[in-house]
Write a protein that binds this ligand. Sequence first.
Ligand code: ZN
Length: 246
Amino acid sequence: MQNEKIKLLNNYIQESNNIVFFGGAGVSTESNIPDFRSADGIFNKKLDKHFTPEQLVSHSFYQTYPKDFFEFYKKNMIYENAKPNTAHLALARLERDKKLKAVITQNIDGLHQAAGSKTVYELHGSIHSNTCELCKEKFNLKEFLSLPGDIPKCPNCGAIVKPDVVLYEEALDESTISKAIEAISKADLLIVGGTSLLVYPAAGFLNYFKGKHLVLINKTSTAMDKMADLIITDSIACVFKELLNI
Ligand code: ZN
């Protein structure tokens, strides 16, 4: 049964020249990057309060408790040694073969680019880019991590260097959203993987798809299963591994 589904997905891919991939946390967990939302809420003795992972990466937490924010961020959001998995590599190859036009991701780890993908719309930003709040100097991940102190400060002006990651309570980048929506609205095959499509704005994006086939690949059922032409209940890396064997 699963084999038949992989063959059908392969047929869709073969007949398409405008594939868009939309990926969620499940794409990264296959590279051993845990979904930060699965991190335990932290009981912070100093603050004497419980915080959920979502609260710990919110704009207000960042502003109120910068030291605790950066401690959580560095421990739970940055995986410096993570490597792209089969899904990342297969998607990069589809782009090189001129079949895939864009990857839209909710992940911040930069693994699609590490695999060779060029057109990547990172809805939630990236750990690889960090900006000084005051003088706007940019720092890559390595430079950011080498800034001394519990709160990373800009060597030029002394202000806080903030990761270019969209925190809770912050708005997504408008131009990234419009490019993502444009790519989806032009696609003839939309493959959605590693997301249960419950997190904003993922589910809403699918409404812009007007193409031929919508494929959902996820370990569990998703909020949009009814819309799909093909649902594969499996890990995204396994599916792409089997695809490559056809
Ligand atoms: Zn600065």
